[in-house]
Write a protein that binds this ligand. Structure first.
Ligand SMILES: Cc1cc2nc3c(=O)[nH]c(=O)nc-3n(C[C@H](O)[C@H](O)[C@H](O)COP(=O)(O)OP(=O)(O)OC[C@H]3O[C@@H](n4cnc5c(N)ncnc54)[C@H](O)[C@@H]3O)c2cc1C
Length: 359
């Protein structure tokens, strides 16, 4: 059994790794540069994508037992493009979990970690000896950025989300979304990829000035705060550098199309713990577990970055108000042609990244 394991970063990936190690009676220390868990980002809602029937089963598979975190299920969505606004139901309702602050998913995992005896050192950066790097987007190049604001008193239904694909505000297939937040608040967030990262706030403000649905939603509402964040998407040659296992966004494990990085973070944290405990090959296993999923994300990124919001309008062409949308049907088929297309577009995306410098 290994001696003390030091993890840098108390986000989702670091906590998942710490909990899985502590359950096997390993002495774990987590070093975090902020003053507490969940202090690295202002409270906001994030959609947890998970495999399986429900989030509880998913967390069980990862040996995680987060309790008391804030979440809500959203079955309906307004889907906007520059020409249409659809009010639809999703085949798989979205689970939104709070990130940041004491009601967050990471804070619930922190409570589990404390019960298991994990030690935390806050307001500290890199220790002399390090085993796992879980520092999130901070440690890599910036691949994308998000900026948003929260508003009280907005005219927005609590059982809906809003997602808009419009290149004028979120270029090349990224998106702007609205989710209900807290009692009577909404949060409005714009996401863009790296060449537009510097302009994310300007593009957000342009959408608020121009987009009819957003203008109507926020008419008379009062701004209560702002949120900003960045993302690191990578295709690491190696996720182990100088013996340090990189997990979550520190390794670049991120969804290149939609920015759904939480599942990669939670799963890679557990995988790293399993490898430390069992002496297994992290390099081989992350490729087996994540590369097929990442390839699909990169393939879709290639198509959306070339086609922009036109591809979304094309995909939505057959839907009408009150229809149910199964977003998984937008994934490439699992047949020979689907796999060939995924592999081809994935490779083209890698070439595009080498040529332009961004995903
Ligand atoms: C606005 C926004 C919306 C998002 N929405 C979604 C969504 O809807 N669905 C989804 O799945 N994902 C979403 N994501 C992405 C998701 O939040 C991340 O992919 C996920 O949190 C990555 O987890 P992580 O453990 O790698 O990093 P983090 O959770 O960011 O944790 C990193 C931790 O390391 C600490 N740290 C950094 N540097 C150091 C250092 N030098 N020393 C010590 N500690 C350090 C940080 O303070 C932080 O606590 C969103 C991201 C943003 C910014």
């Amino acid at each position: 059994m290994p001696g003390q394991i030091r993890i840098l970063g108390a986000g989702l990936s670091g906590l998942s790794c710490a909990i899985n190690l502590a359950q096997k009676k390993i002495d774990v220390e987590v070093v975090e540069r902020c003053g507490g868990v969940g202090a690295h980002i202002k409270p906001n809602q994030q959609r947890l994508r998970y495999a399986g029937e429900n989030a509880g089963d998913y967390f069980n598979c990862l040996n995680l037992n987060p309790e008391g975190y804030e979440s809500r299920v959203i079955p309906n969505f307004y889907l906007a493009t520059r020409y249409r606004l659809l009010d639809v139901k999703t085949a798989h309702p979205a689970l939104l979990v709070t990130r940041g602050g004491e009601k967050s998913l990471e804070y619930a995992l922190y409570r589990q970690a404390i019960k298991l005896g994990v030690k935390f050192k806050f307001n500290h950066e890199k220790p002399a000896k390090l085993d796992v790097n879980a520092t999130g987007a901070a440690s890599g190049e910036i691949s994308g950025a998000a900026y948003g604001e929260t508003y009280a008193g907005a005219d927005f239904p609590a059982d809906h989300g809003f997602v808009m694909y419009d290149d004028r505000y979120s270029p090349r297939g990224w998106y702007l979304y609205i989710t209900p937040h807290g009692e009577d608040e909404v949060e409005v967030i714009n996401c863009v990829s790296q060449p537009h990262s510097k302009n994310v706030k300007k593009l957000y403000q342009k959408a608020l000035r121009e987009q009819p649905f957003i203008k109507k939603t926020l008419r008379g509402a009062e701004k209560t705060g702002s949120i900003a964040g960045v993302g690191h998407i990578g295709l690491p040659k190696k996720a182990t550098v100088d013996g340090v296992l990189h997990v979550g966004e520190a390794a670049g494990f991120q969804d290149a199309t939609r920015g759904y990085g939480m599942n990669y973070a939670l799963e890679s944290g557990k995988l790293a713990a399993d490898c430390i405990l069992g002496g297994r090959d992290y390099e081989k296993l992350w490729r087996q577990m994540f590369l097929p999923r990442m390839k699909r994300d990169f393939a879709k990124r290639f198509v959306t970055s070339i086609m922009g919001d036109r591809i979304i309008r094309f995909m939505l062409r057959r839907y009408r108000d009150a229809d149910t949308i199964d977003f998984t049907s937008f994934n490439p088929q699992e047949n020979f042609i689907g796999k060939l297309l995924t592999e081809t577009f994935y490779r083209l995306e890698v070439v595009k990244k080498k040529a332009t410098g961004y995903w």
